[in-house]
Design a binder for this molecule. Structure first.
Ligand SMILES: Cc1cc2nc3c(=O)[nH]c(=O)nc-3n(C[C@H](O)[C@H](O)[C@H](O)COP(=O)(O)OP(=O)(O)OC[C@H]3O[C@@H](n4cnc5c(N)ncnc54)[C@H](O)[C@@H]3O)c2cc1C
Length: 384
């Protein structure tokens, strides 16, 4: 399998081909869907706005659902091939002392490596890839593709929308104070978290910060910070450093640490099936980052959309039932995700939960597994 995919087709060639499926966005969801459809023998065009490898703001913790789904689609070796770091413990700070939760089947892998490998897997399966091109699905079922100032329109039996959260280039003035803004950076590991596979999570009223070791010894810092905290500060680095300082971890951020952002993390409701358009991953529904389930859902919905998209290609729009399949798959998950998001937005509540779980061991498992639901934790030790 190649590691860094390049475009396999150019703008002129995409117009002349007839496509079974156009997939918009080669993130996790899009690449898994494109690969699955190509393996079914369909003509697939995968369009990505950026090139590879590209970093992405993300905690990079892949839960056991992600690993199980990768196995089920024949990509079970991928994480080991990429040297993904097995993660063993979460330290949850809502004050200076952490609650420690042991975890199983969770891996840390940078998005530079993971996304490039999955896009390469889609190409290996026969999908055509067009990089550095922006696609937009039109109401009439066609897709406009823009590259280097030139635009062409293509038609397909189905369009899979896998373009992630709608992002914006600047902090929007109308963003509400409690809205969350995603920021992140890749840093060295001065704390030695990597050898022990420790994930750090610091919750504060200005937002929360996750820290996880990656395959190459670096750490990812991924944070969701409140818009009002950002407006009051000279930049995201200040806010993240302040939050980390609450746990004594501020030295993770150095003078040269560069943060990038995915400005607005917002809940949105979309119809996941609209005529020929099928939405998957973050494009289908917002996942609160702290749940650490976004990548798993992206991979799982990317795999699960294949039968519906195939039915649409083979038998027409009426035969696809992605709406129903998606609803069954996600039943309860969006609710749990929203609940975790609400609790995390109240650090006093988290602090009380951490303290309560240290005083009353009987509440440890339900409380901490509720807060860190993604990790399927078995509680090892709790201090507060
Ligand atoms: C701070 C933070 C921490 C997180 N931590 C975790 C974690 O630890 N674990 C976890 O599981 N999840 C985490 N997530 C969530 C996770 O990053 C997302 O849920 C996941 O990336 C969704 O995958 P996706 O494929 O749907 O979208 P994306 O990964 O966003 O991919 C979308 C792709 O579409 C491309 N694109 C967009 N528009 C267009 C267009 N018009 N034309 C062509 N291409 C386009 C983009 O360039 C991108 O490559 C975190 C998120 C944030 C913000």
């Amino acid at each position: 399998m190649s590691e860094t995919p390049v475009s396999t087709i150019d703008l002129d060639a995409i117009r002349t081909d007839s496509w079974d499926a156009v997939v918009v966005g080669a993130g996790l969801a899009g690449s898994i869907a494109a690969r699955g459809l190509a393996l079914e023998g369909h003509r697939v065009l995968l369009v990505e706005r950026t090139g590879f490898p590209r970093p992405k703001v993300c905690g990079c913790c892949l839960s056991s659902l992600a690993t199980r789904t990768l196995e089920s689609v024949g990509l079970g070796e991928l994480l080991a091939d990429c040297g993904a770091r097995s993660l063993e413990e979460v330290h949850l700070f809502a004050g200076s002392r952490p609650a420690r939760v042991s975890i199983k089947g969770v891996f840390g892998l940078s998005r530079e490596v993971l996304d490039a490998r999955l896009a390469a897997a889609a190409v290996d399966a026969g999908a055509e890839l067009l990089l550095n091109a922006r696609a937009s699905a039109e109401a009439d079922g066609s897709v406009s593709v823009l590259l280097d100032g030139r635009s062409v329109t293509v038609r397909a039996s189905t369009v899979v929308l896998a373009s992630g959260l709608r992002s914006h280039d600047r902090l929007e003035p109308e963003l509400r104070d409690r809205s969350l803004v995603g920021v992140g950076a890749l840093v060295p590991d001065p704390l030695g978290l990597h050898p022990d596979g420790v994930v750090g999570m610091v919750v504060d009223r200005e937002g929360y910060v996750g820290i996880a070791p990656l395959e190459d010894g670096r750490l990812t810092i991924a944070s969701a910070i409140r818009a009002d905290a950002l407006k009051r500060s000279s930049g995201s680095r200040d806010v993240v450093t302040r939050i980390l300082a609450k746990a004594g971890l501020e030295r993770l951020v150095g003078e040269t640490t560069r943060f990038t952002g995915v400005p607005a993390l917002r809940r949105h409701r979309v119809s996941v099936q609209d005529n020929r358009l099928l939405a998957i991953g973050d494009a289908a529904g917002f996942v609160e980052p702290i749940t650490g389930e976004g990548m798993s859902w992206a991979i799982a919905t990317g795999a699960a959309v294949v039968p519906s998209a195939s039915a649409m290609i083979n038998d027409g729009p009426a035969r696809a039932n992605w709406q129903g399949a998606y609803r069954r798959m996600m039943r309860g998950r969006h609710l749990r995700c929203a609940l975790v998001g609400t609790c995390i937005g109240r650090p006093r509540l988290v602090r009380s939960a951490v303290i309560a779980s240290s005083i009353l061991p009987v509440v440890r498992a339900p409380v901490l597994s509720g807060l860190l639901g993604r990790f399927d934790p078995s509680i090892k030790e709790t201090t507060a």
